[in-house]
Ligand binder design. Structure first.
Ligand SMILES: O=P(O)(O)OC[C@H]1O[C@@H](O)[C@H](O)[C@@H](O)[C@@H]1O
Length: 302
């Protein structure tokens, strides 16, 4: 691992991209440009904050009680679930949501684009340690573009000789002012697997609203979802590519109180609307090929 000084020398961009020691001593990347500010943790490959200048507040929820500790996931921002979403698919007691959320990534490159955006690329490939957890050869790349919108591309490449399958997610925690006033549109008339109701398959009628614990995998979805936040007077447009599923999750009061890295009433302040390849939407990656999962988040502020 390079020191903060080495990272700044190699990848810093004057006035726009700065490496710093963040919470818990973890290496963070601070991005500022004419359009937005952002904070990225190299640990977890996780965007923690994104604030477009034309809006009143941050796009992302980041828990005040989040752990910044080796081995633990940071609660909030955009956790990367990879190479599986949800519980261990092989029942081997490996952590939920894979092993990329609690691992130090590498900085591949930083650049300013011709449009004046900043692009930060983080990556990881297999090591003997990852091979022991998940015996596959891979190269993973996360391209984070900070402009008026936040654009994320998670690119999985298979440089090996055996096909492998993954599920994955941008497990994004969006900040909301009051969950009871939030609506998610774009999922009308789709079917979802209801994880809080015996995995029953249910038809979504109308926009999604949240009034109790909610944990759903929406199937065969379109490519644009909108989070309408009345209280914050903003709409978040999520445009995605590469996924046929999306997850909507809010833990509600009991689980929020039980989670040590959330405040009791934090469930009021976020909604996870996740761009996923989950359930039947798993992705086979052939030797020598790659797969891109893309999510773009744009905020419309009144
Ligand atoms: O690991 P975290 O960030 O606490 O998130 C856990 C939740 O993540 C969601 O993606 C799942 O759908 C839920 O089932 C799960 O409880």
């Amino acid at each position: 691992m390079m020191s903060i000084e080495q990272l700044n020398n190699q990848h810093g961009i004057a006035g726009q991209v700065t490496f710093e020691t963040g919470e818990g001593g973890l290496p963070f990347i601070r991005v500022r440009n004419d359009k937005a500010t952002a904070l990225i943790s190299i640990y977890g490959g996780q965007v923690l904050a994104f604030h477009p200048k034309h809006t009143d507040s941050d796009l992302l929820f980041l828990s005040k009680r989040a752990y910044y500790q080796s081995g633990k996931a940071i609660k909030g921002g955009v956790p990367i679930c990879w190479p599986w979403f949800g519980p261990d698919p092989e029942g081997l007691n490996r952590p939920a949501h894979g092993f990329m959320r609690n691992r130090l990534w590498e900085v591949v490159e930083t650049a300013s684009t011709t449009e004046g955006d900043i692009c930060v690329v983080l990556g990881l490939s297999d090591t003997p340690e990852t091979q022991a957890i998940w015996p596959r050869t891979f190269v993973l790349r996360l391209e984070i573009t900070i402009g008026e919108s936040l654009n994320l591309a998670l690119v999985t490449r298979n440089p090996g000789s055996q096909e492998f399958a993954i599920t994955q997610a941008f497990h994004t925690y969006f900040s909301v002012d009051d969950i009871s006033q939030v609506k998610v549109s774009g999922l009308e008339n789709t079917q979802y697997i209801d994880k809080v109701n015996d995995n029953q398959q249910v038809n979504q009628s109308g926009a999604v609203t949240i009034h109790s614990e909610t944990d759903r995998i929406y199937l065969n979805i379109g490519n644009e979802l909108v989070i309408h936040d009345e209280a914050m007077k903003r709409r978040i447009h999520i445009i995605s590519k590469g996924n046929r599923t999306a997850v909507v999750w809010n833990p509600w009061a009991k689980i929020s109180a039980e989670m040590a890295d959330l405040q009791d009433d934090d469930y009021l302040r976020f909604i996870c609307v996740e761009t996923t390849n989950a359930a039947t939407d798993f992705i086979n990656i052939q030797p020598g090929s790659e797969f891109r999962l893309v999510a773009n988040y744009r905020v419309e502020q009144d």
